[in-house]
Design a protein around this ligand. Structure first.
Ligand code: HEM
Ligand code: HEM
Length: 178
């Protein structure tokens, strides 16, 4: 089974953007580098459009059929990891927007204001639009970090196993555009 060009372009774009935002997100919140927040949020909102389109693509085209003979356990693992990853690629931007939008910090994409911040000029404080939405978003964004990292590690390890041990075309099929 060949993969559609759309599947391959969406995979490569979303995969590298998610890894980039994961690294930048951990770095900026650990070191409190607030100057990176607008970049993180802007790319995150844009990647959401790609992830939504990818979900529609999976509904229309189905999932890639596994190459070679895989055991039932391997098939189940691949299914769980693919479902987990695609879910997190949607949950991450959504929870980010809930956290920032609900928290009153606003949502801006490279200077284009999608949701204004709710800043009180007199007290100098940012007032949340909806505390509950904001804290659900924050909790999801924070607690899912180890889950996302674990899924990516298992996923990449599985892909490398296909390439170097099984010596099949799983990786080349996904990354070649000939
Ligand atoms: C950079 C290292 C990565 C490699 C080498 C890689 C490799 C692959 C390969 C070979 C497939 C096809 C599997 C098959 O044919 O059964 C695949 C599918 C998939 N990958 Fe990755 N991947 C990487 C990163 C990621 C990341 C970071 C994510 C998400 C956060 C991701 C999400 C997915 C999903 C959801 C699928 C299912 C098919 C689709 O919707 O595109 N991958 N990956
Ligand atoms: C699309 C994929 C995204 C990924 C993979 C991602 C990932 C992350 C990660 C890993 C962190 C660090 C969490 C921690 O260690 O506490 C973080 C922080 C943050 N993200 Fe995202 N993010 C994404 C999208 C977004 C979006 C769309 C927004 C808002 C519009 C956003 C807003 C934030 C904010 C404000 C923080 C800092 C939270 C804090 O200071 O506690 N993110 N992100």
């Amino acid at each position: 089974m060949q993969l559609s060009t759309r599947t391959k372009i969406l995979h490569i774009t979303i995969a590298f953007t998610m890894i980039f935002l994961l690294i930048i997100g951990i770095y900026m919140s650990e070191t409190e580098t607030f100057s990176l927040y607008p970049l993180h949020k802007s790319i995150g909102v844009i990647v959401f459009l790609f992830t939504a389109f990818r979900v529609l693509t999976r509904i229309r085209e189905g999932w890639p059929k596994v190459i070679g003979n895989a055991s039932k356990i391997q098939l189940a693992m691949a299914k769980i990891v693919h479902w987990g990853l695609i879910t997190l690629t949607v949950l991450y931007p959504v929870s980010g927007m809930m956290m920032s939008g609900g928290g009153g910090h606003g949502i801006t994409v490279f200077g284009l204001e999608l949701l204004a911040s709710n800043h009180d000029d007199i007290s100098g404080k940012t007032i949340a639009l909806n505390e509950t939405i904001s804290s659900i978003g924050h909790n999801l964004h924070e607690t899912l970090v180890p889950v996302l990292i674990l899924l990516i590690v298992i996923h990449v390890a599985g892909a490398l196993k296909h390439h170097f041990f099984d010596k099949d075309k799983t990786i080349t099929r996904m990354f070649s555009f000939k």
